[in-house]
Structure formats: C-alpha cells, structure tokens
Write a protein that binds this ligand. Structure first.
Ligand code: M6R
Length: 359
C-alpha cells in the first residue's frame, strides 16, 4: 500500500508531480482556463470574497486572498473557519465564499458554509474527497485530483489546492472582466509544475543534511514576506506537527518588532526570499539574525552574491506567484527528515486526526 515507501507521508510527497498533473488535466487549453462548473454562478455583482478553511487549507486561503487583492479591486479576506463563524462577517448576496477542505468533512468549515448559505452568499468548494459533505452544501465543488491522502500531515492536498485555486482565481478575475496581465505567464509555469516539483524532490539528500541541524533544536523560526509568508506558515506547521520541534512563522519585517529577541547563537532560521519586490528587504532581515548568531537556511530563486550563506537551496526562476509550490516541497522534506531523525511516527503524529469532525 505504501508503494515501496517507508511511510504514507513520503509516498504522498513523491506523488505530487502526478497529483499536480492530474489536477491540471483538462483545465487549461492554450491560455484559457476550463472550469465549466463556474458557468452557473453569477459573479457580476460580487463585491466581497472570503476564503475559508482550517490548518493547511487556511494557508491556501491566505495565498488565494493575496492573489485576489492583487488582481481585483474588491475586498478579499482569508480567515480560519473556526474564527470566521464567530467573527460576524459581512455576508450578503454580493458575497462569494470559497471553502477549502481536503476531506470535505471538517466540522468548522462545513458549519461556516451552512452559515453563509443562509446569509445568501454564493459558494465554491475546493475538495479532494469525491462526494464529501462539502459538495452537498456548496453551489459548485471543484476537485483537486490528488488521490487519497492517508498521512495526517497534508502534502499533496496542499500543493494541488494551490494549483487549483490559482486557476480558479484567474478565472474569477476573468469572469469579472479583469483577466490579470500576468495570467499567460502564470499558466505557462503552472503547466511546467510537475517537472519543477520532480526536480525539487531530487534535492531530498541535500535537505536531509539540513535536517541534521534541526533535529536537536527546541525551536525554529520561519521568515518571509508577501507570498513567501504562505510557505513560511506551511513549513512551520509541517515541522511542528510531525517532528514536535517548536516552530514559529513570522513576517520577516516583523522580526524587529519583538521576535528577534529570541535569536541567539545557534538558533535555526529558515528564510524564504523568492518575491522580487521584497527579497532584498528579507535578505537584510536575514543578515540581522545572522549578526546575532543564527544558523540560516535560505531558500531563494536567485544568486545572492552579496552574502555568504552557508546553507542555500535554490528553486528555479519561475513566476513569483507560484514559488510557494517548489518551496513547500523542500519544507515538507525538511520536516520529514527532521521527524524521522527523531524517530517520530510521521504518518500518525500525536494528538492529531486526519479529519477534524469536531468543532
Ligand atoms: O480536510 P481539511 O482540509 O478540511 O483539513 C483541515 C486541516 O485539519 C488540515 O489541513 C491540517 O491542518 C493538516 N492535516 C495539517 O497538515
């Protein structure tokens, strides 16, 4: 069942090129996005979009709302379902809600969807499990085609959700008369994503060396800005949930407003710098941590000639909208190798369930 892999999680990490290929299949033709299920929605009067999910799915929501804010002049907010339900959100017939859930059974997500249905919003679900409860509640359900995800930690569900929500948001923008200028470039690189992910998986041995650095740490800090923050959140969650190393996620620019007090000789900082508008700023935040003794692992898409980083992992130079996919592959491997070095049960981490059906 594990297909020759030691664990389900490792198998699922390695299934990502195929899962992404399947999720893209039939959904791009030339530079057009094919999502016919959306034809039944009327987006002409939408003035507010919420993206709601829990845990890893919430991170996809942050990615999605960041794209929406860039591409559409409307309010786009991402909130964890357990907060959204009780936060008195403004929801009416001009609201579109996008719900993300691998299992399609997460209690808070389903309850939030029922609530916004009653308030008159239109809804789109992104799910992985065919026929799951979410599909009976949402106006439209789009499926990631990741196949069954058995390990508790989400891997292929996350990356396929990123792929699908990218298509969805470009399509929504198009339906609202504002196809993003960079849509063609993003689609071009999305089509290459299975090969790009495959290349990242080949770096597993290199990543394993960095896991050596982490395995005896009590804490690790993940930093980045803008879309890198999505990878930061996901990398920290993955590390803590399967290795039990305490991991925090920070916007790099927020370090000096408090968290930098935690940095001392030997502290491990995992930094992402793939967003051209802010990469130089992040690099200078990294230097601040190095000056205080941090051991930095940098993930970037560019040469960093100004600095002598001991530990750099490169991702290819793809459209900046999409860098969190290859970056996340490296962070999944980092969490995985750290956890196995520590002898953890990566498929069934303590205190966690695959599907959270309680509120
Ligand atoms: O099935 P869902 O996508 O609704 O699950 C939501 C979260 O429980 C889930 O993403 C969780 O955070 C991951 N398993 C963590 O890796």
């Amino acid at each position: 069942q594990k297909g020759g892999f030691e664990t389900y999680m490792l198998k699922e990490i390695y299934e990502q090129p195929e899962a992404i290929r399947e999720t893209l299949r039939g959904r791009i033709s030339g530079n057009q996005i094919i999502l016919p299920k959306l034809d039944g929605l009327d987006l002409s009067a939408i003035d507010r979009i919420y993206i709601v999910g829990c845990g890893t799915a919430y991170h996809v929501g942050i990615y999605g709302s960041t794209l929406l804010q860039r591409w559409l002049p409307i309010s786009a907010i991402s909130t964890p379902a357990s907060e959204f339900r009780y936060g008195h959100p403004v929801v009416d017939e001009h609201t579109l809600c996008i719900y993300i859930s691998q299992s399609g059974e997460t209690a808070d997500t389903l309850a939030a969807l029922k609530m916004t249905n009653e308030m008159g919003a239109q809804s789109i679900a992104i799910a992985n499990v065919l026929g799951s409860s979410i599909s009976r509640l949402a106006n439209v359900t789009l499926y990631t085609c990741a196949g069954p995800e058995v390990a508790v930690a989400s891997t292929k569900a996350f990356t396929t959700q990123l792929v699908l929500i990218t298509l969805l948001i470009i399509k929504i923008a198009e339906m609202m008369g504002r196809r993003p200028q960079e849509a063609d470039a993003v689609l071009h690189d999305l089509k290459r994503m299975p090969e790009i992910v495959d290349d990242m998986l080949k770096k597993s041995d290199e990543v394993k060396e960095y896991a050596e650095l982490l395995k005896d740490q009590h804490d690790a800090y993940f930093i980045g800005r803008q879309l890198d923050y999505v990878s930061v959140l996901e990398g920290a969650l993955k590390l803590k949930e399967i290795s039990y190393v305490h991991a925090d996620a920070y916007y790099a620019g927020e370090l000096k407003h408090g968290p930098i007090a935690l940095i001392e000789q030997g502290t491990v900082v995992i930094a992402m710098a793939t967003q051209p508008e802010v990469a130089a700023k992040t690099i200078s935040n990294i230097e601040e941590t190095m000056a205080r003794g941090a051991n930095v692992i940098l993930i970037t898409n560019k040469e960093q000639p100004a600095l002598k980083f001991d530990r750099v992992m490169r991702i290819p130079e793809i459209h900046p909208t999409l860098t969190c996919i290859p970056v996340t592959i490296l962070l999944q491997l980092l969490a995985y190798h750290t956890a196995t070095e520590k002898g953890r049960d990566v498929d069934k981490p303590r205190n966690l369930a695959k599907s959270v059906t309680v509120e």
